[in-house]
Ligand binder design. Sequence first.
Ligand code: AMP
Length: 275
Amino acid sequence: MKIYKSIEQFLNSKIEIDNFIPTMGNLHEGHLSLIDKAKENTGNICVSIYVNESQFNNKKDFDNYPITLDLDVKKLKSKNIEYLLIPNKFDIEKFSNPFNIDYAPSYLISDLCGKYRPGHFLAVIDIVHRFLQIINPKNIILGEKDFQQIFCIRELISISKQETNITISPTIRNKHGLALSSRNAHLSNEEKILANNIYGSLILSKDLFHKGSSINEITEAVYDFHKNSLIKLEYFTVRDLKTLQHTYDGDLIALIAAYISDIRLIDNIIIRSNA
Ligand code: AMP
């Protein structure tokens, strides 16, 4: 595995990247599953590790973000990928242009997580835009867990007329259903057990849909499920899978964001209309 810590070196090597996997490091099985997914495509694989400060709403969150570089490198080596890029902020900014925020569709940044995390998706779009300029990969591999992020990046690719395909990789969960996330490390053992109910309520929403409940009934049932619990819902909503709007005549996605203490967790489940 060739490691690049400088964008200049990376660009000078003139390698062409087939599959690009952006991460913020602190790699777990969820991240590593993206590599397995990338291997279903042809060609080489480049993972990046970069903690993008501007996408954190809270400086404390950024400062506390776990950095486990040595361990990450070990895990990536064991996956036999070709390239690892570990750039720094100044280098990235030197070799790419910012995203022009005038082009950002307003519904992306003011709805769902965008509503509760002002500036977050703009910062994600900006950093991915910069990586795409630098790396210009054939494919970018993204986890379904961050579905709204995929949605933003799809818009970005379309706006910037980038020729990169998106490969979506399914969410990896622990055996009780909790989606793996770097944030889970901040939960106590009791909180982790409790957090399984986040996925539990998504399963409930899917079951209710297939039993014929209306979207309002489903939403009410999920809020009810978490009532009197230490899980504090920020939002639960069911949307159209393709547009993330409130239309319900095709495949759907149930999206949830919730706090346990001050740890914010997100998850989603796809509800196929004909399943
Ligand atoms: P992050 O390091 O949190 O920025 O995540 C990097 C990539 O890993 C994103 O595409 C995430 O959606 C993906 N990812 C994170 N957690 C999981 C998971 N549990 N299952 C699948 N993909 C994940």
